[in-house]
Design a protein around this ligand. Sequence first.
Ligand SMILES: [Zn+2]
Length: 464
Amino acid sequence: MGKPEYFNNHLITASPLLASPSADGRFGGTYIMKQLDTQLMHPVEQINIIIGRIYRSGMTTTSGGNISIRDDNGDIWITPSGVDKGNLTTKDIMCVKKNGTIIGPHRPSSEYPFHKAIYESRPDITAIIHAHPPALVAFSIARVVPDTKIVPQAHNIIGEVGFAPYGTPGSEDLGEKIADEFRNKNYKAVIMENHGVVLGGSDMMDAYQRFETLEFCCRTIINGQRLGEVNYLSDQQVSQYVNHIPGNVPHFMNIDYPSDERALRTEMVSIIRRACDQGLMISTYGTVSVRWKDDDFLITPRDVARWDIVPEDIVQIKSGMAETGKAPSRSVALHQRIYQLNPHINSIICTQPVNLMAHAVSGTKFDVRTIPESWIFLQDVPSIPFGLIYNEIEEVAKMFNDNPVILVENDSVFVTGDKLLNTFDYLEVAEFSANSLVMAQTIGPLKPIGDKEIEDLRIAFNVK
Ligand SMILES: [Zn+2]
């Protein structure tokens, strides 16, 4: 396990759009994802952090994959050839100067030619990630381009996905074929036939978020198809969600940060990092909130990369108003109503783990009568239709009185509980159970625990 990475010293205060409410104290409709600042962090540091994150997330092997950054001088910083991806340091990162001079202790990646070809064809791309993660490679070898409209935000982050024909690794020919896709179609994500994937970005975090979100989509589609038919969202449904930013969240000034409030921020950040480490959350999606006192609570911000959230990013919600200068997650109104209607609930996690989402995108019932632990913690988990969490807040908030966990079709899973650590545990139990159900599909359908045994569990474990 890697140590958590914190970037306090390298973070800037987001974009002016994120940080500045308009004159009436409300936020406008446009946000830019807060990212690591490329101006403040050297390319070798960014490459080192991202390759480590990719390796630990199981998205590259020790030998496979390479990433690069083009700096303002036109020099290309790139991972070395033949050095263990699990143990790279900043000193290992190579630089190919604009004039062709190579600086560093190794050879540049053997795939340098296609990185160079992409940069030459696309001035807007300054960072490239190439890897062979298993789910994307499944699409690459089946020669299928994934449809990313399985959840509303993914298509916006990834854009249209291209497909480049096969070429010999390291050859100029492969470089030309990939650069053609980037040049002709303006893609930022291209699947390479019988090879892997290549992602471009306006900076390294932009490329990384595209990569992580696309691999998440591919894993979800594959697992969803094991369970049944995958349902895709229409363009209209996607744009409804994208436009559904609560513009009317009022803000308050004069914020207090007492020590119990600060302790909750620290706890939330640690749980979010853990969720990312465990593959239960990705940069571009995941909401966590914790009741602070009465119906006031703390919630994750909108459009801040989940890996990089720090305590000061968390948004305090007091008397239905948000801490000034910050934009809360778009589901803030639902969280508020859940706390108001359910005094027993003190924390909520909403996220998109791949096996739970396989159920949510295929309309498959998530039957928790698998093992005693699952039923005791989760009880029966209902599914609700896409869009309901934005349009029927009252009805959905009431449902949590009887159901600690609710699956939202083509959207997410909501897990509620008392202490945040317990809620996180329920999330882990839910995703483990969903994973077992997906795996069981290939050996035989679930034979659920019987009604009598469930009644015995109800009594033995005092479940209401
Ligand atoms: Zn490769």
